[in-house]
Design a protein around this ligand. Sequence first.
Ligand SMILES: [Zn+2]
Length: 215
Amino acid sequence: MSVVLTRVHELAEIKEELAARDWFMGTSGNLAIKVQDSPLQFLVTASGKDKRKKTKEDFLLVDGEGNPVGATHLRPSAETLLHCEIYKRSKAGCSLHVHTVANNVISELYGDAGKIVFQGQELIKAFDRWEEDAELQIPIIYNYAHIPTLASTLGDFVKEDKGAVLIRNHGITVWGKDGFEAKKILEACEFLFQYQLALIQAKAGLLASTGALNN
Ligand SMILES: [Zn+2]
């Protein structure tokens, strides 16, 4: 099987799993997987498709500038430049971007601080942080409508071969050395976001109930 076909299958499998989690609402989200370095080529999801559906036109091959390689009637995702930035600045082999309610609410709650920090959480290990007091910082960037500006802002935070960046009231972009690692990081982030929201709610509930008891 050619490298392209192997990668198509790999990305299709990831897409199916993320679709099962309902992480592609309103045709949002885009996924990419590297096919080769020098010259850089990667597969990316085609624009405007319902990613819960499986078709033969789900992905197309693009170059380092995000332009299609070869003739195709498919258009790459509007946010392809974000993936270009990741592959240019790291050795990542796969990058995933999804919009979920949890990542949007977290990005808004902590957006002014420019980051959210997790500590003492088992799932930080998804980022290969094994120390007991390990800290995970996920930056939160402004959601520039101008995609090249958004891409270069994200690029400033691509300092390692794996990572995650939240885009305020938009979504999350993660990357890792391959599809397995990128998906693991994405799932870990979404777990941490859901945990944080549940914790805030539980604390507020507790406060309200103790307040009611004191009255
Ligand atoms: Zn997006």
